[in-house]
Ligand binder design. Structure first.
Ligand SMILES: Nc1nc2c(c(=O)[nH]1)N[C@H]1C(S)=C(S)[C@@H](COP(=O)(O)O)O[C@H]1N2
Ligand SMILES: [Mo]
Length: 522
């Protein structure tokens, strides 16, 4: 006698059971993703921190971000652009992981998704500038651990295919989930401890003795820095100095590991280490550095007292061949910049900088050595963590940002900015001090003019000029009348050129346009 098919034999899930199953699926997915990242991070500590799957994905995204997005990110998040990237990556991954966990309950789609992600990450890992074949290992081991964790946890999750009796009890699921979670967090933490190279570099920097300069930079005289509250300070403290780079982790390079190789179209290849550098006398120069991504009125410019070795002298040791026209500098993290050789050899203060404002370079600003070339935007000149200088030609080589469409030749454009009063400030009618900075490195600022609403342009008072390679402060006394007013500023450089009125975006060679601010006067 055969029993009639009975609905009783197909276990039905209650709706709370279904919800619980979904919740467990999502948790399993999240924990599996955490396992991939944690285990990957731990394995990476033995290879290279840059081979950690999370960093590989992040760095790959940074390198392939269209410049519009990069500019938007810098505009919106400033130097927090990396934090913003990490947070958005983490959010996308979390959603993806939860979905993978949900799918895994029916078919191993979640595991397949993890394997695909692993393959993509492994390929991306091999493309990293410092990659060796070992770079795939953190991803491979991380993904293997993640798939195991997912299979194990999902086996304990009620689903239409593995209904309640086959599923792990709630208690056993919680225990396994906690175990996987602890494994992921523990692995990530161990990875951090083992990957403490950065701490070694912090200690190395703390011990680093700046050589004495034979040629200290002149003090900034009082008449070059008017005493106006809110006006940008003439020398930018290192902590306030804008930071722009593609490095998700600050490259960890100690002064004893550091070498600078100079080669290419030279008479000989030479290598400098700090012992060899210490036989030379560094100079000190106050120079204003500017980022090409700076918007009109933006703050991606800063002035510091740089201690360094004249690049022309270092290149002289290698002997530059006359048909070369580019200096291709390379950072330990693979970033490159193409600098016109003429700018390095024409007598300006192009430096291999090792000190900033009387201290070794901060890690984020290139410790232990970087380039500074007055008059050129940072992306074509200011390579941080620099380890290699190749003398070459523009018709043979390109660099990180020029590969992405930015201009080959990028002299800094004349710019001016209103700092005081603050944007949208309300000020009392009567005398008001308006003040700001202007820069035109290599040419120098000859004048700054201010316009209220559509009135005539009026000359601002220029503070003393420190040098043509630094910004210049200006003030203007305004007799403010009640109402809403727009104040505009423009600079004239020593070549006689007035700053361009036309508003253009930073891409591909730097923004142009006059800065204006609106104030309410009561
Ligand atoms: N290694 C490395 N060096 C780099 C960059 C980079 O991405 N990587 N960015 C350049 C750019 S675009 C600028 S504007 C300056 C910024 O230097 P700062 O961060 O010290 O202000 O560094 C330059 N040097
Ligand atoms: Mo830049």
């Amino acid at each position: 006698m055969s029993a009639p098919p009975s609905t009783e034999q197909v276990p039905q899930q209650s709706s709370t059971g279904r919800t619980r199953g979904r919740l467990r699926g999502a948790v399993a997915g999240l924990l599996a993703a955490a396992t991939v990242l944690g285990v990957g991070h731990l394995v990476a500590a033995f290879i290279d921190p840059a081979s950690s799957p999370f960093f590989v994905l992040g760095a790959t995204m940074v390198d392939h971000t269209p410049h519009e997005l990069k500019d938007a990110a810098i505009r919106r998040f400033g130097s927090n652009d990396k934090l913003a990237l990490f947070v958005s990556m983490a959010l996308v991954m979390a959603v993806g992981a939860a979905l993978a966990g949900l799918l895994e309950r029916r078919r191993p789609y979640g595991s397949i998704a993890l394997l695909v992600l692993g393959a993509v990450t492994a390929v991306a890992a091999l493309q990293r500038p410092t990659a060796t074949v070992w770079f795939v290992l953190p991803t491979v081991i991380g993904i293997a651990a993640g798939v195991l964790a997912l299979r194990m946890l999902v086996a304990g999750t009620p689903s239409p295919l593995a209904p309640a009796p086959a599923a792990l009890s709630r208690r056993r699921f919680l225990v396994s989930a906690a175990a996987v979670g602890a494994l992921a967090v523990g692995a990530a933490a161990a990875g951090r401890v083992l990957g403490a190279r950065l701490r070694d570099v912090v200690a190395d920097r703390a011990r680093f003795l700046l050589p004495r300069t034979g040629v200290p930079a002149p003090e900034v005289p009082a008449d070059a820095r008017p005493d106006v509250p809110g006006l940008t300070s003439f020398i930018t403290p290192a902590d306030d100095f804008y930071r722009v780079d593609t490095a998700l982790q600050i490259p960890a390079l100690t002064s004893s590991d550091w070498r600078l190789r100079i080669h290419g179209m030279t008479d000989r290849t030479v290598e400098f280490d700090f012992d060899r550098l210490r036989q030379l006398t560094p100079v000190e120069r106050v120079l204003t550095l500017t980022c090409v991504s700076n918007e009109v009125g933006g703050t991606l410019a800063g002035t510091a007292r740089w201690l360094g070795y004249p690049l022309a002298q270092l290149l002289g040791a290698a002997g530059v061949r006359p048909d070369a026209d580019m200096l291709l500098s390379r950072s330990i993290d693979g970033f490159t910049a193409s600098t016109p050789l003429a700018a390095v050899l024409d007598g300006r203060d192009a430096l291999l900088a090792i000190g900033m404002n009387g201290a070794p370079l901060p890690l984020a600003h290139g410790y232990p050595a970087r380039l500074i070339v007055p008059g050129l935007y940072g992306y074509v000149s200011a390579t941080k963590w620099v380890v290699d200088l190749e003398v070459t030609r523009f018709d043979r080589a390109t660099a990180y940002w020029t590969d992405r469409g930015w201009a080959d030749r990028a002299p800094i454009k004349t710019a001016s900015r209103i700092d005081v009063p603050a944007a949208f400030a309300t000020v009392a009618a009567g005398p008001v001090t308006v003040a700001g900075v202007a820069w035109a490195q290599r040419r120098g600022i000859a004048g700054v003019e201010v316009q209220v609403d559509d009135g005539p342009w009026q000359a601002a008072t220029l503070a003393a000029e420190y040098s043509i390679d630094t910004w210049r402060q200006w003030t203007w006394q305004w007799t403010a009348t009640p109402g809403t007013h727009t104040i505009r500023v423009r600079a004239v450089d020593r070549a006689g050129e007035t700053q361009s009125e036309q508003r253009t975006p930073p891409f591909p060679s730097g923004s142009t346009g006059w800065h204006s601010r609106v104030f309410t006067v009561r």
